[in-house]
Design a protein around this ligand. Sequence first.
Ligand code: PGA
Length: 250
Amino acid sequence: MRRKLAAGNWKMNGVSASLDELKSLAGTHADPSVDVLICPPATIVQSAAQTVDNTPISIGGQDCHAESSGAHTGDISADMLRDAGATAVILGHSERREDHEESSEMVRAKARSAQASGLTAVICLGESLAQREAANTLDIIAGQLAASLPDNSTAENLVIAYEPIWAIGTGKVPTLAQIGEVHDFIRTRLERRFGAGVGRGVRILYGGSVKPDNAADIFRVPNVDGALVGGASLKASDFSPIIKALEESA
Ligand code: PGA
């Protein structure tokens, strides 16, 4: 029912030369049975979109402002991302929540703007290690879900990424049971809030140290509809086997 999604988050990595990785990915995956999204830094969103034009690969941003234009030096709007060829934008990544003190309310305002511009909002949620150790994970996720998601979201313009902060870039991955517990919880909350149709249609990605050697196991967990991949999305030779593992799980 839900089409799987392999999403790459390049973070603050990538210059023009990195477009070769995209070309290579597009060459290897000319007809993927899953959706593939790459979110490069804003400086190369347009050239990345041109690089994958007429291929099944989509391009997204990593953040946007809540306003569509105005006096906000250094910021980028959803309209601008859309104009540059993006179809999606990551919002509320823990690095934005931490480095830029973004609250869930700010994330929701950005997501509203993204959806109004025709972008899919890939909204990130996740607990810190201290919160997990204090057995607060589900409370934290419930709070972030309630406050970060715009009302009237649809299965097309909303994707959730569950990314435990302690698993990002650390090589530490939750157990499959821990991943499953949170994904099932998110699914239930989505159905309760948006109704069964939308709630069952929204894709829930897992993110945090997804690599070629652990992807297949993670993709077997129910309600895991794909992955948001950081480090292992930078090289086509790493991301490609993750895409293949997702295709095999579909
Ligand atoms: P990682 O990052 O795959 O490098 O752990 C994931 C993310 O932050 O989206």
